[in-house]
Design a protein around this ligand. Structure first.
Ligand SMILES: NC(=O)c1ccc[n+]([C@@H]2O[C@H](COP(=O)([O-])OP(=O)(O)OC[C@H]3O[C@@H](n4cnc5c(N)ncnc54)[C@H](O)[C@@H]3O)[C@@H](O)[C@H]2O)c1
Length: 450
């Protein structure tokens, strides 16, 4: 039986991996350990999963368990460390999205994977959600011919969208902002539908709702004097899971789950507009807002022989309460078709359970649609976000690096030309940061770090 260990004991780790591995998958795989920098959270997770061993350091866990596979579900800015250490220890890796948050870390991962001969899989669960998969099937069948252009609009509501601004995600240095943390899903779906590689990126971004505009506010909801009149007030102690896993574990690492949405540390955007051109000359027009009155997305796919329109407007982040999930097909000759997809299953429209089968079924699962994502796929989608951030900061069109095996082999420790550039800019930014408290380093302080 293959041995798996888990890094990270937050909500995603618990619901996507730990609980299912300890229950549904217990006869197929051995779930042999968990590590989180917050030992209390790791212990809570262990208690819910039949008492799997909790380790107090990652290397110790590797040495003691000798796992076949390391699952990385910690905060985004920590992924690369664990991915690289696991590969170097001879393990395969399953990483939560985004694979990592900047170009330098991305190259570290790609090089470590190539040199170790082990494998990184990135968990893009939306590829497994039936609605997205059905669109892929239709595109592969040539229903609208060659794809020339995709228009994707995504909107997070004031509960889900706001939540990113309460936590570590609110700082570019921790998450790469929503264009990396969140849009990596969306860019991946478009890359997959497009069946081509992204080449050039241009973007605009702004903070219009969250951030340090509100003059009078508290540090966190729990103790805020504006609880009665703030539309974003969150009672962290009311929700059983949040209270236990985050509020009660605060003492260990200072990870505050209900920080103010109007804090000056926030440097990510809430309003974003991106354009991407692909190697086959196809184009993407993409937008994301994080304060919509309702949650969902709309896409139009324009091809040589017609157009597909899809949308899903849902009331919560779990995508459970979507509309009918219809696919409208408009053929160039005037015919129209309607395809209905059953999306009743829970967990990202049933995508999470299907993804787990692809990850953990030991006899392999056929993959006719190409749903399983490797490190190159993981790199492409997160790099669109990284380059979009760069375009927002510096202007202009930004080019994706060559990610071929030969380019990875030839690249230095920080990648090719772009990696060197990233390092130079980082150095410049950090000298600016030292002069400007508003910009900040974008990092959690040692005490805050999870
Ligand atoms: N695929 C999806 O739909 C989906 C959904 C949610 C989250 N995610 C991803 O899952 C990961 C976890 O997200 P979450 O929402 O559970 O966040 P979270 O903040 O609830 O959990 C993160 C955990 O990482 C731990 N951690 C922080 N620094 C660490 C370090 N250096 N070493 C080990 N552990 C550390 C924290 O203590 C915390 O327990 C993120 O990468 C996120 O992008 C994916």
């Amino acid at each position: 039986m293959k041995k798996y260990v888990l890094v990270g004991a937050g909500s995603r780790a618990l619901y996507m991996f730990a609980k299912p591995l300890a229950a549904d998958w217990k006869d197929t795989v051995s779930f042999a350990g968990v590590y989180d920098t917050n030992p209390k959270r790791a212990r809570f997770l262990s208690e819910e999963c039949g008492g799997i061993p909790v380790y107090d350091d990652f290397q110790g866990m590797l040495a003691s368990v000798q796992p076949d596979v390391v699952i990385v579900a910690s905060a985004d800015y920590t992924h690369h460390t664990y991915i690289v250490e696991a590969l170097n220890a001879g393990c395969d890796v399953i990483s939560e999205k985004p694979m990592t948050i900047d170009e330098e870390k991305c190259w570290e991962i790609l090089k470590a994977e190539q040199e170790s001969g082990k494998k990184v899989t990135v968990t893009f669960n939306l590829r497994f959600a039936p609605y997205f998969a059905r669109v892929k099937e239709l595109l592969m069948a040539g229903t609208i011919g060659e794809v020339f252009h995709i228009d994707l609009e995504w909107f997070l509501d004031r509960r889900h969208g706001a939540d990113y601004f309460r936590r570590w995600h609110a700082e570019l240095g921790n998450s790469g902002g929503l264009l990396v943390h969140k849009s990596t899903h969306h860019f991946d779906i478009v890359n997959w539908w497009m069946n081509s590689c992204p080449e050039e990126v241009h973007a605009f971004g702004a903070r219009r709702v969250y951030g340090d505009d509100r003059q009078e506010h508290g540090g966190r909801c729990l103790t805020c004097h504006r609880q009665d009149d703030c539309e974003f007030y969150l009672d962290i102690e009311k929700d059983e899971f949040m209270n236990q896993y985050y509020r009660q574990a605060e003492g260990e690492d200072g990870y505050i789950r209900d920080r103010c949405l109007f804090d000056s540390r926030i440097d990510i955007y809430d309003t974003m507009s991106v354009q991407v051109r692909y190697q086959n000359q196809a184009m993407l027009t993409y937008s994301l807002v994080a304060y919509s009155p309702y949650e969902g997305w709309r896409a139009a796919i324009n091809g040589s022989k017609g157009r597909i329109e899809v949308s899903n407007i849902y009331a919560n982040a779990d995508m459970k309460q979507g509309e009918a999930n219809r696919i409208y097909i408009y053929h160039a000759d005037g015919r129209q078709e309607l395809v209905e997809v059953d999306v009743s299953a829970s967990g990202h429209g049933g995508g999470d359970a299907k993804l787990r089968r692809a990850l953990f079924a030991q006899d392999g699962v056929p993959d006719p649609l190409g749903q399983q994502a490797d490190s190159r796929i993981g790199a492409q989608s997160m790099l669109i976000g990284v380059l979009a951030n760069r375009s927002i900061a510096e202007g202009g069109v930004q080019k994706l690096p060559d990610l071929s095996a030969a380019a990875i082999r030839a690249a230095g420790p920080y990648g090719a030309e772009q990696g060197e550039r990233e390092l130079r800019l980082k150095r410049e930014r950090s000298s600016e940061d030292n002069q400007s408290p508003r910009l900040g380093s974008g990092r959690l302080s040692e005490g805050e770090r999870g």
